[in-house]
Design a protein. Structure first.
Length: 106
């Protein structure tokens, strides 16, 4: 193949793959980048929320265990009764926050 033939093939290939397409692909990546950043922020917020819910559930379980122990006491003191009332209210608040749809009044 001669030099002229090689140049002809290169020119034909350049016609099919113009330089402007390369610029457009860079533009496409640039427009996707903010969307990916937004997705990452949403995912981080979801992870934080999930961790917060997990902590609330664990706290409710611990409170329920303490509450059951206090209720099981046969001869309660006044302080025991106050602790029962306080822990019951704490569990109720956590449950209301975890499951708000179950607590709506119709």
């Amino acid at each position: 193949m001669s030099v002229f033939g090689i140049l002809l093939v290169v020119n034909i290939l350049l016609c099919f793959f113009p330089a402007s397409e390369k610029d457009n692909s860079d533009l496409g990546i640039a427009t996707v980048s903010p969307a990916m950043n937004g997705f990452s922020q949403l995912q981080a917020a979801k992870d934080y929320h999930d961790e917060d819910l997990k902590e609330m559930r664990l706290k409710a379980v611990a409170l329920k265990h303490d509450l059951d122990s206090l209720i099981a006491i046969e001869h309660k003191t006044y302080d025991d009764s106050l602790k029962i009332k306080k822990k019951h209210r704490q569990v109720q608040i956590i449950v209301n926050n975890l499951y708000p749809k179950n607590n709506e009044k119709n």
